[in-house]
Design a protein around this ligand. Sequence first.
Ligand code: GLC
Length: 562
Amino acid sequence: MNKTWWKESVVYQIYPSSFKDSDGDGRGDLRGIISKLDYLAELGVNVIWLCPVYLSPGADNGYDISDYYAIDPQYGTMEDFDELLLEARKRGLKIMMDLVLNHTSDRHAWFKESRSSRDNPKRDYYIWRKGKEGLFPNNWESYFSGSVWEHDTETDEYYMHLYSKHQPDLNWENEEMVEELFRMVHWWLGKGVDGFRFDAIAHIVKAQGLPDADNPQHLPVVQAYQLFSNLEKVHTLLHKLNDRVLFNYDIMTVGETSGLGPEQALDYVGDERHELNMVFQFEHMNLDAASPGTGKWVSKPWTLLELKNVMSRWQTVLHDKGWNANYLGNHDQPRPVSRFGNDGPFRVESAKMLATFLLTLEGTPYIFQGEEIGMTNVAFDLIDDYRDVETINYYKQAKLLGKPQDEVMKAIWKKSRDNARTPMQWDDTANAGFTTGEPWIKVNPNYPGINAAAATADPQSIYHYYRSLIALRKKHPVIVYGEYKLLLPLDTEIYAYTRALNGEKLLVILNFFDGTPEFTWPEEPGRGKDAELLISNYDPVPGEDTGVIKLRPYEARVYLLG
Ligand code: GLC
């Protein structure tokens, strides 16, 4: 297997609005990030994934870009950005940009021109269609509720938006538009950025003719993901992007690709494909959705067997052929400790257990800001305290359909993207030390107990546990490159696996719940005297016979076997 720096990296994701505010306007900014680079270097991560900081009206917090070549004033200036690159570099940190190529803001100059008349030269940069007898051009449902089509009175046609109506989809059939995007990617690489996370990249191509999706119940709009996800031509375009632009640089790339399994993922990340280094898959994120048809808002409990099944498939199918991007949370997902762990009495233990999981899988681990201190979900009583466009659209739609208030709010508490977007909790002063002003979104009220100052001061904290895990990854190539093998596939409480490389073996034992199941040391890989406990979230039991280990709630252990 090829060894590369991005396989050996640990990525830390920053959601700029909520990370650190330096000027008291209540929003995080680039100078705020610069002021926290030492904190990140100390943690040991070596790549920062910076969510969008381009000029944007902020309908979707920066994922609606109105100028790809400018920094939004709320985050600072291009000089601040250059300084961030420089200061990061001084500390051995690389910067990966988040690039939104599926759509722009409706305030982008291209869209303003495009909507101005049917024969404007930029009309075709976006996807415009006539309505069908007073109806939408087709029945596709937007990711953010309602139709993907918005009527524009100016020219009496509809434009497509897979996300909010302020995010019109770009038309990748238009070669001139594609060339403009390529030029822009080139420009950022010229500035010296170290890679890209390509937002919603699976959706840049839509099915020919934009056909209606099957709709046996004759609903006004239906989920139609298969008609705009991972279509063959996406690969042609990514290949071209790679060939023309990316290939010339030593960078890392990761694409956001919902709706695929590992076999299909190989089409993006297979070594011989020359498209992307990694993709973010969603199968484990969908395990607590009641059914694909109901979307994310209707939940069911996830099960460990399903989680093992999904993760093991990705681990084995991609081994030696591609590379995984592993994550348990990000700016679109609930907090992992609340979702897969226990944010009550076992918050610390379960956050450490999940960290052990994330950092001992094959693939590049992505840590979302605050995960390293075990930040939790939030439950605001009022919808007015939520800021996320997806959440607000869902609320309006659900109320329109007559769903009871408490049911709607419960769904929001569980799944709202704002769970991840409350400000980073730096210390126990007002607003968690995030801002001296009024924060754009309320701080999670649990900040006096959960914050970075407390975590860095306590050697037993989740933060220091992450540090140790990251340091172990750097020390032991088996943690990065070792081949994964699942043990105990049918155990409903314990997730255990080995990783093997050049005669070295790692054994990872994770108790995923608050019970005390017994783990019987397997014959293969053998116990031996030289099983060295590399890390655990509990103190060792004096005189313990490791033949049968009685695990404590959320206990995690990693052994190195000679
Ligand atoms: C991706 C982003 C999400 C954004 C959407 C539209 O899913 O992660 O935050 O809302 O794309 O750009």
